[in-house]
Design a protein around this ligand. Structure first.
Ligand code: HAM
Length: 420
């Protein structure tokens, strides 16, 4: 070990497990790529105000968890705690919304940073794959995104997840509800912190996990009863489209989510094998965010799935992804001449697209065969002086253990044929 360790709440991705992370990212991205979403990448840090205005000053994410700092040049920046505000900022900056092709559909994959209390499934540096559909108000778009996340999880073999669905109303009906909820909450016996939350973000109080708070919340006004007709019809349409697609969901009127920008549709994917950090992904509609960060009205919807928690969900269900073996052929030279010849063969194989590796360093046959075994290669090519004198290499099938000489001149072709 060195003097240093990974900072608290962070982790290193190390082979062979790191291959699972790549596969999960790919599995989440695949349905998006297949549905008109284009890849976008934005910086790891942004102007801090993008998040305080976009995600919301009153949220935990901004008020407690943001890595905000001032640069030597005096710029106030923050490591991105989430992707939506950045992606929308980038789309507006590039004028994607003016190309006359709405919605602008984008997907992304990257690292995000929140100064949280670390525990299993909750890290200070974590990984998300996300999707945003910008500039269209259409229940089919909300449904599309939920269906694609569902498809991604299913393609990984996951079964024990549930979709929680809610509508948070719009700028017409939500303020009316907020007033009613505040009046109700102010009359309860609550601690100082919670009382403050009533004034800043009363919907979050509904989400309080403590039993003594939940007990008092019985009979609280529910948003469902305050939704305006337009919001109700919109939500009904989303639900019908999901049902028609065979995607099951649970109505959860307490689902408010931890970011302020949501309007109408909100949803969360929860996994029952994960304990307290059960949300593997979440998202919703954010019709007002563009205006909040100085853009035009652009109703939008999106989600982000947590890669770390998705991997924990796979483990909880005992799912082992079928990852293609990274190495197909491993070359073991015996002697200097064989090193040059087999190195040439490995190079040739690689250029032909065959995953090949080589025994480096001065290892004996035993050590080299151990490396060959560890590599997971299907075939090992062994050659010594006598083989080369006869113009052959020994090709060993690592599954059957059978070994036979093949002419060096068409070794590459023979190997490719056997692998095919
Ligand atoms: P979020 O619910 O804050 O939403 O995060 C989405 C997912 O990221 C969570 O469900 C979880 O799996 C993962 N995640 C969040 N924090 C951590 C953490 N500290 N450690 C490990 N995983 C974590 C958003 O970020 C929104 N931008 C989603 C969205 C996109 N809404 C609209 N468009």
């Amino acid at each position: 070990m060195s003097t240093f360790q990974a900072p608290k709440g962070t982790y290193d991705l190390i082979p062979p497990k790191s291959a699972v992370t790549l596969a999960v990212r790919e599995a989440i991205a695949a349905p998006l790529k297949n549905s008109g979403y284009g890849y976008i990448e934005t910086p790891g840090f942004e102007n801090v105000e993008l998040f305080s205005r976009g995600v919301g000053e009153s949220t935990d994410i901004v008020s407690k968890e943001m890595y905000a700092f001032e640069t030597k040049g005096g710029d106030k920046l923050a490591l991105r705690p989430e992707g939506t505000a950045s992606v929308l900022r980038a789309a507006l900056e590039a004028n994607l919304h003016k190309a006359g092709n709405l919605p602008v559909k984008l997907w992304y994959s990257g690292s995000y940073y929140r100064y949280e209390r670390p525990q299993k499934g909750r890290y200070r540096h974590f990984s998300q794959v996300g999707a945003e559909a910008i500039g269209a108000e259409d229940p089919a778009l909300d449904a599309e995104l939920i269906i694609l996340a569902h498809q991604a999880y299913r393609s990984l073999g996951l079964r024990d997840f549930r979709i929680l669905l809610n509508s948070l109303g719009d700028k017409e009906c939500r303020p009316v509800y907020r007033d009613a909820l505040q009046s109700f909450l102010r009359a309860l016996e609550l601690d100082e912190d919670t009382r403050r939350r009533i004034e800043i973000n009363p919907l979050r109080v509904l989400d309080d996990k403590r039993a003594e708070v939940q007990k008092q919340l019985v009979g609280a006004p529910m948003l469902r009863d305050y939704l305006c007709d337009a919001c109700k019809a919109y939500h009904e349409e989303v639900r019908e489209l999901l049902t028609a697609a065979g995607v099951g969901y649970e109505d959860d009127e307490k689902l408010v989510r931890g970011l302020d920008y949501y309007t109408r549709t909100t949803f969360e994917f929860v996994h029952d094998g994960l304990g307290s950090q059960s949300a593997v992904g979440g998202g919703g509609r954010y019709d007002g965010l563009s205006e909040m960060i100085g853009g035009p009205a652009l109703p939008s919807v999106g989600w982000a799935l947590g890669v770390d928690r998705t991997i924990l969900a796979l483990e909880a269900e005992g799912i082992e992804l079928e990852l293609p073996s990274t190495t197909s052929v491993f070359a073991v030279p015996l002697g200097e001449e064989a090193r040059r010849v087999l190195f040439g063969l490995v190079t040739e194989l690689r250029r032909a697209g065959v995953a090949a590796d080589f025994s480096y360093g001065a290892k004996g046959l035993k050590g080299a065969m151990k490396s060959a075994n560890r590599s997971g290669a299907r075939y090992t090519v062994v050659a010594g002086e006598r083989d080369l004198a006869e113009g052959v290499v020994q090709l060993k099938d690592m599954q059957s253990g059978e070994q036979s000489p093949v002419p060096l001149a068409d070794a590459a072709n023979t190997i490719r044929e056997r692998l095919a």
